[in-house]
Design a protein around this ligand. Sequence first.
Ligand code: DX5
Ligand code: ZN
Length: 222
Amino acid sequence: MIKIAPSILSADFGVLAEEIARVEAAGADQLHIDVMDGRFVPNISMGFPIIMAIRKRTKLPLDLHLMIVEPEKYLGDFVAAGADMLTVHVEACSHLQRTLASIRELGVRRGVDVKAGAALNPSTHPHSIEYVVDDVDLVLVMSVNPGFGGQKFIPAVYPKIRQIRTLLGARRVDVSIDGGVKVEHAKPCAERGASILVAGSAVFEAADPADVIKRMRDAAGV
Ligand code: DX5
Ligand code: ZN
């Protein structure tokens, strides 16, 4: 089953609770939360107070996408804030294996299941995760250069989805695609092995988010 993860970066933050309720009712499987620091990416988005507020408003799993340098400094705080999945960028981690392992350990210590994810920029080679395949629960393939919602999907990343699936072998690891995802991308992504579609503007800017989510799910055909 493909999972649809609306990215709240495209939500109206003035009425965030209503926006979350709207996509939850529309059939979202999890909420994607983009954390940006103005250093790893040229934009600043949101941090702990907002994540904690969201945690109180929804039972949906919170999928945190950390576009920050030195993410290892803040992992405990993100888990405490309510993260169910913590994804770090391979380009931002000097000690990626250690960072991924500590995400899982933090969850175990708190008696919760926290999934560890590795994200790849569009120009990053799939082999960057070759030696951490047993440390990841999720690989996030960026289909735009991270930093902003509403950008155009880069089709050159399509082959990477399959290459990553091949690297992962039979492991039960999610492959997520993030950036510019519209209904038309659902099928080609799912066919190549994507199991999560992150969609910001496609869902939040739609008059009928339930219809968009349903059409994405149907198009994915899995
Ligand atoms: C980009 C973010 C994405 C973005 C997706 O840096 O990681 O999650 O919010 O939004 P759309 O679907 O509008 O590209
Ligand atoms: Zn994201």
